[in-house]
Design a protein around this ligand. Structure first.
Ligand SMILES: Cc1cc2nc3c(=O)[nH]c(=O)nc-3n(C[C@H](O)[C@H](O)[C@H](O)COP(=O)(O)OP(=O)(O)OC[C@H]3O[C@@H](n4cnc5c(N)ncnc54)[C@H](O)[C@@H]3O)c2cc1C
Length: 391
């Protein structure tokens, strides 16, 4: 049996694990990431790629804690995208430099006053008619349009940019297949019998998304607990060439629909629909959800002809730390349990915040370790977006 001693074992190669692995290696930690399937293949590839600055969470006109924590994220990501931040993301494709917020009528006075406050200065601007994106240039558009200083990224290019610099430290393996030695609440070793390998980590970070539920049992972790927030997302494939990145606001505190636009390999585009459409659609069948989404879009954007579009839907759960009631958690979450840290970014945008929380809890060893024995594991591929596999 070969034994590898490392500083940090990261379990799960979504955005959280990948961001953390890059930061850990930069910090001089001897770190390894295990992914059981494809990199980003959980929630990350299903995300809309919006680097939120918190504006959407302030729709009820109250600056919440979530809004405060997330406020700094767009600038932090912008620095990385320009190759000047904590990580070099200059190869990542930016699908849109801004996300928009539109309402069919005028925005409530409470909200407009709120957007004019210091907290939002420079982050939300009303868009003049001549500067509107193509989809909102139609004469039939009567509402108000705001530009949010929030980016939208092409997620597969993000996963690749995070994978490349640390590829040698990533392996395909399922932690559920390891025999674990736990004593005094600390993970001593993880033995993979098929590879005849034992990994002895100082620290383990669980960034396995919803996979935590089964891992918790194996690793004898009773706290924290996880919650799922189910969604029924909608995809509309067309060749209209109308890139749309916007939250549509109704009367509630959540967008009626959030639309992002993504390129497909065959040259077409997908409008990817989240927001209330997805949250309220969980119990609808696929046919009902498509009907519902079609009606919503034809009411919101009646001038857009989607008669020749193809429609698809899928269910996905957001995995998050348990909250009282199914409210959104406020920031990235990391909790230490023995030498294990259980972590959920809760949003793609908050991955930098998650690494900030986790890294101070990790210890560096003086010596370096030869990781070549881990080559007994295969390498995971980057996940494909669902619009490439479902249409
Ligand atoms: C529909 C949708 C839209 C979203 N849109 C946005 C958005 O626009 N902006 C934003 O900021 N956030 C968004 N989010 C939230 C964001 O996607 C998630 O918070 C984030 O991707 C979570 O990343 P993660 O790395 O924690 O988990 P995941 O991406 O789920 O990754 C977990 C990984 O762990 C692996 N794993 C599980 N068990 C094991 C095991 N036993 N051994 C090894 N590996 C294991 C899985 O295979 C998976 O690859 C969205 C989420 C959803 C569902």
């Amino acid at each position: 049996m070969k034994t590898v001693k490392i500083d940090l074992l990261i379990v799960g190669g979504g955005i959280a694990g990948l961001w953390l692995l890059n930061r850990a290696i930069k910090d001089g930690l001897n770190a390894v990431l295990l992914e059981k399937d494809t990199l980003g293949g959980g929630q990350t590839i299903r995300s809309q790629g919006i680097i939120h600055g918190g504006t959407k969470y302030a729709l009820n006109g109250v600056l919440t804690q979530a809004s405060n924590t997330i406020k700094e994220m767009p600038q932090r990501w912008r620095n990385c995208l320009q190759g000047q931040g904590e990580l070099d993301l200059s190869d990542v494709e930016i699908l849109s430099d801004a996300h928009f917020m539109w309402s069919k009528g005028s925005l409530g006075s409470k909200m407009t006053t709120f957007f004019a406050t210091k907290a939002f200065r420079g982050r939300v601007e009303e868009v003049a008619k001549k500067d509107r994106p193509a989809v909102f240039k139609d004469k039939a558009f009567k509402g108000s349009l705001y530009r949010l200083s929030e980016l939208v990224l092409n997620v597969p290019t993000l996963i690749d940019a995070l994978r490349k610099p640390v590829e040698d430290n990533i392996f395909k393996a399922d932690l559920l297949e390891a025999e674990t030695e736990i004593s005094d609440g600390r993970i001593k070793s993880l033995v993979f019998p098929e590879q005849n390998l034992s990994i002895e980590p100082k620290q383990v970070v669980i960034t396995s998304g919803e996979g935590f539920e089964t891992l918790a049992e194996k690793l004898e972790i009773s706290q924290p607990e996880m919650q799922r927030r189910p969604l029924h997302m909608v995809m509309v494939k067309h060749d209209l060439k109308l890139p749309t990145f916007a939250h549509c606001i109704g009367t509630g505190s959540k967008p009626v629909a959030t639309i992002t636009t993504h390129p497909c390999d065959d040259g077409k585009q997908v409008w990817y629909l989240g927001g209330d459409v997805a949250e309220t659609g969980v119990d609808r069948s696929r046919e009902e959800q498509i009907r519902f989404a079609r009606q919503a879009i034809s009411k919101l954007l009646p001038w857009v002809d989607l008669d020749n579009a193809q429609w698809q839907t899928f269910h996905v759960d957001r995995a998050e730390p348990m909250q009282s009631s199914l409210v959104r958690p406020d920031s990235a979450f990391a909790q230490q349990v023995g030498n294990c840290i259980v972590a959920w970014p809760t949003k793609l945008a908050l991955s930098p915040d998650l690494s900030d929380q986790v890294l101070p809890l990790c210890q560096r060893s003086e010596s370096t370790t030869d990781l070549s024995v881990l080559n007994a594991f295969p390498k995971p591929e980057t996940a494909k977006p669902l619009w490439e596999t479902m249409f």
